[in-house]
Design a protein around this ligand. Structure first.
Ligand code: ASP
Length: 348
């Protein structure tokens, strides 16, 4: 292993010390520590964490458990941000991104711009298990899925199609193409400020009965995106990262900001240095805020006008999350059941 293994006792010690000395702006919530098997997810993952912990208690590996958890959301036509029923790209085609990471082996698998397959997280697991690669995209990813017996389905529900038609009929300068502009983008003007984009994703990480950690993130990505656009979700180190000796992190929100800052990797490295999961997530929010220089991405106060949320757990079973803007909640489950907990935030 390249990293230094941290014992549980040392980890808790450094975690408390360094966590206390980390100074950040914004709101914090009291630490949540959970014993035994534990799963965390974005706020839309209450059912996912419940299922993940149930499977772990039945002896499942954390990787299979988190994938089984997010499958609930992937197949749910009423969640318009993930899998079946996800909002399509600008041409009305649903394109899905997903990544998985398996702590004990350090292996990862991912798919991007995958069309016609309801469960991209299962295909990402097959990339991990049945190839020597990490990321397959578009047609190649679909052919690989078909080779393994997946059926091609129409993923565009009536509800998502109607949303897409409404979007098309109201097209304005709110799309994702930008006209030529100067380096600081101020000449683009007010109209191109980003704050109303539609995001949605599910991330889920868990620790199993062997103390092994695994993670999954799965999404239909930014609604009405330019065809072929890939967000942070299937990118290892951005949409998720997992180190079996330290912990795991994942994200939802504006993928471009996360891709430019590799935040899930950053969060795991901060936890390695002793940050609590929440402090590490806030640190990543702060990093994004400091790196957001373009006027079209800022509000009047010069803060990021968009949101990114992070969810993390460490080897000791502590969990926490943070987002750039506003109050939010994340899902947590352990042997005592599933519930929502509050997340910290940088700005109201
Ligand atoms: N992060 C995802 C992406 O940028 C979208 C989301 O979380 O809503 O594709």
């Amino acid at each position: 292993m390249l990293h230094t293994a941290v014992s549980r006792r040392d980890f808790l010690k450094t975690s408390t010390l360094a966590g206390a000395s980390t100074i950040l702006t914004g709101s914090r919530v009291p630490p949540t520590r959970i014993a035994g098997p534990v799963a965390i997810a974005s706020g839309n993952g209450l059912g996912a964490v419940a299922r993940a912990v149930e499977e772990i208690n039945g002896g499942a590996d954390a990787l299979d458990a988190v994938i089984s958890g997010v499958n609930l959301v992937e197949e749910d036509p009423n969640d318009t941000s993930v899998g079946y029923g996800g909002l399509p790209n600008a041409e009305g085609v649903v394109e899905l991104d997903s990544a998985v990471m398996h702590g004990p082996t350090g292996r990862a698998g991912a798919v991007a711009s995958l069309q016609g397959i309801k469960y991209p997280s299962k295909v990402a697991r097959l990339v991990l298990q049945r190839t020597d690669h990490v990321l397959l995209v578009a047609e190649g990813a679909q052919r690989f899925a078909r080779m393994h017996g997946f059926q091609i389905e129409d993923l565009l529900t009536e509800r998502a199609r109607e949303s897409w038609v409404r979007w098309r009929e109201n097209l304005s300068n709110r799309d994702d193409y930008l006209p030529p502009h100067g380096p600081d983008d101020r000449d683009l003007g007010e109209a191109l400020r980003r704050n109303e984009d539609h995001w949605g994703t599910i991330h889920c990480s868990a620790i199993d009965l062997n103390g092994h950690i695994s993670s999954v993130t799965t999404t239909s990505g930014l609604a009405f995106k330019i065809p072929g656009r890939v967000g942070d979700s299937p990118i290892i180190g951005a949409g998720l990262y997992c180190d079996n000796e330290v912990g795991a992190a994942g994200s939802t929100g504006r993928g471009e900001a996360n891709l430019e800052n590799c935040c899930s990797f950053l969060i795991v490295e901060r936890m390695r240095m002793g940050d609590s999961p929440e402090a590490a997530c806030l640190y990543a929010c702060q990093r994004i805020a400091e790196h957001t220089h373009l006027a079209r991405l800022q509000n009047e106060a010069g803060q990021p006008s968009f949101n990114v949320s992070f969810y993390a757990l460490n080897k000791a079973g502590e969990v926490g999350g943070a987002r750039i803007r506003g109050r939010g909640r994340m899902a947590v489950a352990d042997a005592n059941g599933a519930r929502h907990i509050r997340m910290a935030y940088l700005y109201e």
